[in-house]
Design a protein around this ligand. Structure first.
Ligand SMILES: Cc1cc2nc3c(=O)[nH]c(=O)nc-3n(C[C@H](O)[C@H](O)[C@H](O)COP(=O)(O)OP(=O)(O)OC[C@H]3O[C@@H](n4cnc5c(N)ncnc54)[C@H](O)[C@@H]3O)c2cc1C
Length: 359
């Protein structure tokens, strides 16, 4: 039986960051990731606030140099008008475009460097709590490996909130927005350089990031219901929606798609983010709509909040409710801002399947 102070489930940005921070404060931390970092991950455009968060967390920028480029702002074609906004106009730092799986891997490696015991392509089976300790078996698909135990589990499994749900928490969702993301096997040239291009269309909206380590990422955000009603495959739907755009299709041209993925992208909150001997961070606590580009900042922010709370109040008896309220307040503010962006017409629910099929 190997004993740890904390078991962190999930090596996304939230999990790797909280694990690293705890290890830097002397804790024995096990970080378990069910996959690895080879497959592409969505979420490539990071707002400038990420730099502030990385700085605050004393995360060096050097590991990200080859996988990140500067983005000065966002060009949006929304409600019929074209608006260019640099981050500097709102007093923020430039944004960052990253190869997301490599970015997440770099955060994971920083955690390992800080002394975290990391295990990829593994899961913990039979995790249960007795006499103030969680225990279970760590293993890969081929079989069980190590028997482990710890007084605290941190759920950083992303929007699945796998551990919180196993403890009875529920996910409360707003809407049914899904993302259809294509990684194009070639670079594209945008007149707007590395700025993020956001364009509204009949079935939702698009985001386009060019020049990311020689690649291009084009995502269509739409309603799952509309996608189903269209009877098209996600890839056919993506093509049909691309044809409706004005600017995105001009830049993307004839798409040669490398990797294609379908992702849930609606905001959601976990009904309970702190329990006896566990807490949730990042998307596992609350998931923001990608329209705000704040997901990564949120992941890093909750990692830091969780660390501060755990150092001051390891049992979270006093700070647990405050942490829970802070998560709830943040999501509420986000939902209000989201309504302002999408306007009074809920485009994500418009029944436009027929228009899509008609091209
Ligand atoms: C289409 C899309 C576009 C986005 N675009 C942006 C963007 O441009 N900018 C931005 O800032 N944010 C963006 N986001 C949001 C951002 O990606 C997330 O908010 C962020 O990744 C959350 O980090 P996390 O660590 O909480 O969760 P995740 O990044 O989801 O990481 C969770 C990890 O847990 C692992 N895991 C799951 N279950 C288990 C288990 N049982 N055991 C072990 N490991 C497990 C997963 O494999 C994963 O590695 C986007 C999201 C989507 C879906």
């Amino acid at each position: 039986m190997t004993e740890f102070d904390q078991i962190v489930l999930g090596a996304g940005p939230a999990g790797s960051t909280v694990a690293r921070l705890l290890a830097l404060n002397g804790a024995r931390v096990l970080l378990v990731e069910r996959y690895d970092f080879e497959a592409p991950r969505p979420g490539e455009h990071l707002s400038g606030v990420v730099r502030v968060e990385l700085d605050r967390l004393a995360i060096p920028l050097s590991p990200f140099q080859d996988i990140a480029s500067r983005s000065a702002g966002i060009v949006s074609r929304w409600d019929g008008s074209r608006v260019e906004r640099t981050y500097q106009m709102s007093g923020a730092q430039d944004g960052i475009c990253v190869v997301r799986n490599r970015f997440d891997e770099a955060l994971y490696l920083l955690a390992i460097e800080a002394g975290v015991k990391g295990r990829c392509r593994q899961k913990i089976h039979g995790l249960g709590r007795q006499r103030g300790m969680w225990s279970g078996m760590l293993g890969n698909r081929d079989g069980m490996g190590l028997s482990i135990r710890a007084p605290l589990v941190i759920d950083a499994t992303g929007r699945r909130a796998a551990f919180a749900r196993s403890q009875g928490a529920q996910r409360i969702s707003a809407g049914d927005q899904f993302a259809l993301t294509a990684w194009l096997d070639r670079d594209t040239t945008s007149p707007d350089g590395n700025n993020l291009l956001v364009e509204e269309c009949a079935s939702g909206w698009w985001s386009l990031s060019c020049n990311i380590a020689g690649g291009t990422i084009a995502t269509h955000y739409t309603s799952l219901r509309t996608l189903k009603q269209s009877k098209l495959t996600p890839r056919q739907y993506w093509d049909a929606a691309l044809a409706q755009t004005v600017e995105v299709r001009r830049i993307v041209g004839l798409p040669v798609v490398g990797h294609f993925g379908v992702y849930p992208a609606f905001p959601a909150q976990t009904s309970s983010v702190v329990g006896t001997g566990w807490l949730a961070v990042g998307d596992a606590a609350a998931t923001l709509d990608p329209v705000g580009g704040q997901g990564l900042v949120w992941a890093l922010h909750t990692a830091q909040r969780a660390l501060e709370a755990l150092l001051a109040d390891p049992g979270m008896e006093v700070l647990g409710p405050l942490y829970r309220d802070a998560v709830g307040d943040r999501l509420q503010r986000h939902l209000t801002g989201r309504r302002d962006v999408y306007g009074s017409v809920d485009k994500m629910h418009a029944n436009i399947a027929e228009r899509i099929r008609g091209g």
